[in-house]
Design a protein. Structure first.
Length: 102
């Protein structure tokens, strides 16, 4: 298992803060696309949609910024470590975890 270096952790923390600050936009995305998602792929749980969207956006931003910074792609093991770190951080976010299934 790989270990994230301090630069990666700081970078991820900043990306997480940035994405969480956009939570109202992500919630609106669910409202606007809910009926389409419900019919096409069966997403009905608002909270799961929002947490999944936040997780995907964070990983996407990190992969791109990491590539731009280092010129290297992330391998599978590093990707798993990054994903664990992100899931741990967002699970500790009171704002995200208080999202209701309205």
């Amino acid at each position: 298992m790989t270990v994230l270096d301090e630069f990666s952790k700081v970078s991820l923390d900043k990306i997480i803060d940035n994405v969480v600050s956009c939570l109202p936009l992500i919630e609106n995305m669910f409202k606007d696309q809910n009926s389409e998602f419900k019919n096409k792929i069966g997403i009905e749980n608002r909270r799961d949609f929002i947490l999944g969207a936040v997780w995907c956006i964070i990983l996407e931003k990190y992969i791109i910024s990491n590539y731009l910074h280092s010129g290297k792609t992330i391998n599978y093991e590093s990707g798993l470590e990054v994903s664990r770190y992100v899931l741990d951080k967002i699970s500790k976010s009171d704002l995200l975890m208080s999202t209701k299934n309205v």
